[in-house]
Design a protein around this ligand. Structure first.
Ligand code: ADP
Ligand code: MG
Ligand code: MG
Length: 252
């Protein structure tokens, strides 16, 4: 079992404190959902875990299996088993999807243990078929001209191929039609298991109709203010966030 621990994390952007003491522990074999109103710091948390340079951690800890993640460079975090699917994936002209994936897989392997081209292609074909992606997508430049739905599907393809220990998915459900949502969910459910833990950030309960989370957390004003099981997401869907604000005495 692997564990990702976030302890009393404070993060600033341009000198403004956005995260004000986030605590969260995720184990492999668990799917966690973070929900919360817009602008409460959910994407900031994802970016801070992955080491985006704009997000300054002023105090607190991020520990992956006893290792201090905050001391790692971005590529070292990926090598250590962290994967981030961003809310707005960037385009990388000139690099094909397949080339990108193969280098990302090999970056996590020891020298001399690189995946063979044959094995890579077999696995890529199989995974793309599973995600109902057209074959030509593997030769397109990364995210260039991809529709919103194609980008999200592609992020799941990356995750399934790279096989991280922890996946952090920021609004992987946004802008998806129902068919794409089902495929994306199928991919995440396929990864569910002993070697994998997941943090799904979402604004809507809809995704959670297809992926039942083990734990649900509500983030407000830069903190995790409430945690529960899958039933918490259902209550949020039915009643919104006001009752939590009232319960905790949070003012807008
Ligand atoms: P959420 O994902 O919950 O909607 P974000 O983490 O994106 O929230 O944003 C939290 C707060 O941080 C917001 O007030 C937002 O305006 C601010 N913020 C986020 N990213 C940046 C940035 N790159 N520069 C300045 N402010 C930012
Ligand atoms: Mg947002
Ligand atoms: Mg966000």
């Amino acid at each position: 079992m692997a564990t990702l621990e976030i302890k009393d994390l404070h993060v600033e952007i341009d000198g403004k404190e956005i995260l004000k003491g986030v605590n969260l522990t995720i184990n492999t074999n668990e799917i966690h959902a973070i929900m919360g109103p817009n602008g409460t710091g959910k994407s900031t948390l994802a970016s801070a875990i992955m080491g985006h340079p704009k997000y300054e951690v002023t105090s607190g800890e991020i520990i992956l299996d006893g290792e201090n993640v905050l001391e790692m460079e971005v590529d070292e975090r990926a090598q250590a088993g962290l994967f981030l699917a961003m809310q707005y994936p960037s385009e990388i002209p000139g690099v094909t999807n397949a080339d990108f994936l193969r280098s990302a897989i090999n970056a996590r392997r020891e020298e001399g243990q690189e995946i063979s081209l044959m094995k890579f292609i077999r696995e890529l074909d199989k995974t793309m078929e599973f995600l109902e992606m057209p074959e030509e997508m593997s030769q397109r430049y990364l995210n260039e001209g991809f529709s919103g739905g194609e980008k999200k599907r592609n992020e799941i393809l990356q995750m399934m191929m790279i096989k991280p220990t922890f996946g952090i998915l920021d609004e992987i459900d946004s802008g998806l039609d129902i068919d794409a949502l089902k495929v994306v969910s199928k991919g995440i459910n396929e990864m569910r298991g002993e070697g994998f833990g997941c943090l799904m950030i979402t604004h809507y309960q809809r995704l959670l109709n297809y992926i039942t989370p083990d734990h649900v957390h509500v983030m407000m004003q830069g903190k995790v203010v409430k945690s529960g099981g899958a039933e918490l997401a259902q209550r949020l869907e039915a009643e919104g966030y006001e009752w939590i604000k009232a319960e905790l005495g949070i003012q807008d």
